[in-house]
Design a protein around this ligand. Structure first.
Ligand SMILES: Cc1cc2nc3c(=O)[nH]c(=O)nc-3n(C[C@H](O)[C@H](O)[C@H](O)COP(=O)(O)OP(=O)(O)OC[C@H]3O[C@@H](n4cnc5c(N)ncnc54)[C@H](O)[C@@H]3O)c2cc1C
Length: 505
């Protein structure tokens, strides 16, 4: 599926009439800039994923008009916000039209009484919070990509927030949204029909169905978000441990303690500590006996954070932690938004520095399974590294995802020398991703806690994870998007259109 040459001029004219010619971009630069996301990919195959066109609509109506035109001509549509998604969701697998929603970046309403705001989905939480701060409010969706991911992308991925243990994640914080279906029809999705309702028992819970679909069901154009008082105080104690086991025990106890201001805790394992220590991106200069690190975070009013903080510090001390001091603690937490921006190089087996980009495999894993999963994942990367000298193990961290400590976002970071990835190394990488996903499933987890799982390798196991639920996904996809125009190729959903299910497509 791509724009047939004889249709191109007609399509361009229709799009220009709908949204203005200056918002229909055909230049190589505009198209190449929207052909990939930060996750490493085989650069020698770059041209396969370049879109035919880029459009920048300025309103819900214009988005709907673009989608109607694409649907009429059966042209693939790929929604794109910040382009920071790490599972290739915003990458055009079948070329077509990239709908870049960055012009939909207005703050339309701040409702101080009901504590909500309504925004275009092209806005980012950093910009939004600059305005909300004037009202003493905050929108606490806080991914590591905080400065560059946008509200629409957070809806498209059902993203995960670093302070989610206190405030919830994107799915909890987005109350409702305006949504353009693949036919061009505009609907409103939330709990019930209301814009600002946080809990309803009316009808199917469609809001959740239309989040995290990676742009395969339509395009969110406007969202109403939950707001909180801007926290008066922040506490982010950072502790060192002599071994992984005591750090692991500590993180579990912190999460299970039920402290109301607790917003999250993160654990860096030995591989991660080695990685941070070995290069100039080491934010945490530590003596050699430090083998694992834990950072907890608490937010709230000064007096409640102080009281909760005392308890957090006591728990950590009892687990054998060494507090690293206020300066390092605050510095590490402040680095949460740029920790990944720095490493543009890794090490070959001989220790030679090489230009590498960052890939992370993430999963949702129960607390009890973390130690086993960790060792299996490192072993997979070690085997890969032994065969191809273009991979580097940048270590693992895990992060509480809820205030009960039931499950964790668990991530292994891998440096990849993209320019040196030939077909053979890429195939081995895809196999490794499949193995990593299989470990997560064997442990009773989910393949992804935050990025989604659309990339080669991991995506193969999604039907296994979801069981009969995957068949329902196929039914929904075919019903909502009868012509398969919306981000085709993602999540293996082309199967929904195969003559016989299971035949592939
Ligand atoms: C350095 C770094 C750190 C990161 N840390 C985190 C983290 O802590 N937590 C986390 O959750 N993620 C993290 N990510 C991943 C990424 O930031 C998230 O997946 C984010 O939600 C993507 O938002 P985006 O605006 O960039 O969306 P995009 O990458 O543009 O799109 C993501 C997906 O959503 C779809 N989409 C985009 N806009 C819309 C729309 N308006 N309507 C419907 N679908 C749409 C796209 O088609 C695509 O499938 C990180 C990424 C980087 C590079």
């Amino acid at each position: 599926m791509t724009i047939a040459p004889e249709l191109s001029d007609r399509v361009l004219t229709e799009l220009a009439d709908a949204i203005g010619g200056e918002h229909v971009l055909t230049s190589k630069t505009a198209r190449y800039n929207r052909a990939r996301v930060p996750a490493p990919f085989p650069v020698h195959r770059w041209p396969e994923r370049v879109p035919d066109l880029v459009v920048l609509p300025g309103s819900t109506e214009e988005v709907a008009e673009v989608v109607r035109i694409a649907n009429a001509h059966r042209i693939p549509i790929v929604p794109r916000d910040g382009g920071t998604g790490l599972t290739d969701g915003a990458v055009p697998e079948h070329r077509g039209i990239v709908v870049d929603v960055k012009r939909l970046n207005q703050i339309k309403e701040i409702d101080l009484e009901n504590r909500t705001c309504t925004v275009g989905t092209g806005i980012n939480a950093l910009k939004l919070n600059e305005v909300l701060a004037e009202h003493g409010l905050i929108y606490p969706d806080d991914p590591a990509s905080y400065p560059c991911s946008l509200v629409g992308g957070r809806i498209g991925t059902s993203g995960w927030s670093l302070v989610g243990s206190r405030y919830g994640h994107s799915r909890d914080l987005v109350l409702s949204f305006e949504f353009v279906l693949p036919t061009g029809k505009v609907i409103h999705l939330g709990d019930g029909g209301g814009r600002k309702i946080s809990k309803s028992s009316s009808g199917y819970q469609l809001k959740h169905l239309f989040m995290g679909h990676q742009g395969t069901l339509g395009i969110a154009t406007e969202a109403t978000l939950k707001l909180f008082p801007k926290p008066e105080a922040e506490l982010s104690p950072f502790w060192a441990f002599p071994d992984y086991d005591s750090a692991y025990r500590c993180v579990g106890q912190l999460a299970r303690a039920g402290i109301a201001t607790f917003a999250g805790a993160v654990l860096f394992d030995e591989w991660k500590v080695d990685y941070l220590r070995r290069d100039d991106e080491a934010y945490i200069p530590q003596p050699a006996d430090v083998r694992a690190l834990v950072c907890a975070v608490a937010y709230g009013y000064e007096d409640e954070v102080r009281a909760g903080g005392k308890r957090l510090l006591r728990i950590a001390k009892d687990c054998g932690a060494r507090y690293l001091g206020d300066e390092i603690s605050q510095g590490d937490w402040a680095a949460r938004h740029d920790r990944y921006a720095t490493p543009l190089h890794g090490r070959t087996r001989s220790g030679q520095v090489a230009p590498m980009s960052w890939h992370c495999e993430d999963a949702a894993i129960n607390y009890t399974e973390l130690p086993g999963v960790r060792l299996e994942w490192h072993a997979i990367v070690e085997r890969l590294r032994a065969r191809f000298d273009v991979f580097d193990d940048w270590g693992m961290f895990c992060y509480t995802s809820a205030n009960t400590g039931v499950d964790y976002l668990t991530e292994i970071d891998i440096g990849i020398w993209e320019q040196e990835l030939g077909d053979e190394a890429w195939a081995a990488w895809v196999d490794a991703k499949r193995e990593i996903a299989a470990v997560a499933l064997r442990a009773g987890g989910s393949i992804s806690a935050c990025h989604g799982s659309c990339r080669e390798g991991e995506v193969d196991l999604v039907p296994l994870e979801l069981g009969g639920g995957y068949d329902v996904m196929l039914d929904v996809k075919r019903a909502v998007d009868p012509n398969n125009i919306m981000n085709p190729g993602k999540y293996g959903l082309q199967r929904a259109y195969a003559a016989e299910r299971g035949a592939g497509a």
